[in-house]
Write a protein that binds this ligand. Sequence first.
Ligand code: ATR
Length: 274
Amino acid sequence: MKISGYTNVLAVVGNPVRHSLSPKLHNFLSEKLGRDYVYTAFEPSSFDGVAQAIKTLGIRGVNVTAPFKYDALASVDVVSENARCSGSVNTIVNEGGTLVGYSTDGEGLYLSMKHAGISTIGKKVMVLGAGGAAKPICVMLKNRGADKVVIKNRTEKRAALLAEDLNRIVNTDIFSVYSGEKSFDLIINTTSVGMGTQECSLDDISLISGAEAVVDIIYYPKKTALLRAAESMGVKILNGIGMLAFQGIIAYEYFTGEKVSEEYYTEALNIIDE
Ligand code: ATR
């Protein structure tokens, strides 16, 4: 990679963010594809002034991560339809001084599932969690043909609000709150339960039996207690590494305006999975 005064600047903005794997992924893509971009990380204490800095310095684009995804939604000039429905922005592209906000989290998970041979079409899905991570995933499930999405959350009221909100925003009636149903095709954990711990995000493991796949957006540990339980029951499992890689690949496509060829997918996954 040859960096010059003409090199386009990309970055991830979050706090904390120094540990992020995004620089590794994006710089790998630029290297592979021979693009004149460099990707680094910024760790501001607040999002105040970040949008203006991107414009003033001519930064080509940024990924936004916790805790700034909602500030980013409020700071951009144009919000994509997907980001509006998802309620957050994780990718900002500077189009000649106009900041366009996208959400690539849901589609990132979709591509990761597709890559792993897990289909969403016609499926009855249980989504664990009703926080910020759940929303883009629910929007994706609707857009990608799920038949029914049941939201199960510790705070039931929050699940009810999310289901109601989603049905209205994406004009559907597929979202509902868990009310004792027994069988699901897919189970997707969007909570933070099990991140770096042995806790299981699903209290009733028997709900896994009969599922085609169990997906966890957590990537540390690589096999959460939920995934280990599913694996022991012979159910296909998928962790959050692919979602992380693919949301980045989609963001990279927005930054550069070019498709990333599928031939790089496996290598990109390995870069994140090391
Ligand atoms: P994020 O933006 O990462 O989704 P969030 O909005 O704080 O973060 O949501 C975290 C999700 O994990 C929520 O669904 C939360 O449940 P509550 O709505 O009841 O808070 C869930 N969660 C976090 N810690 C939990 C725990 N110890 N047990 C069960 N659910 C938990």
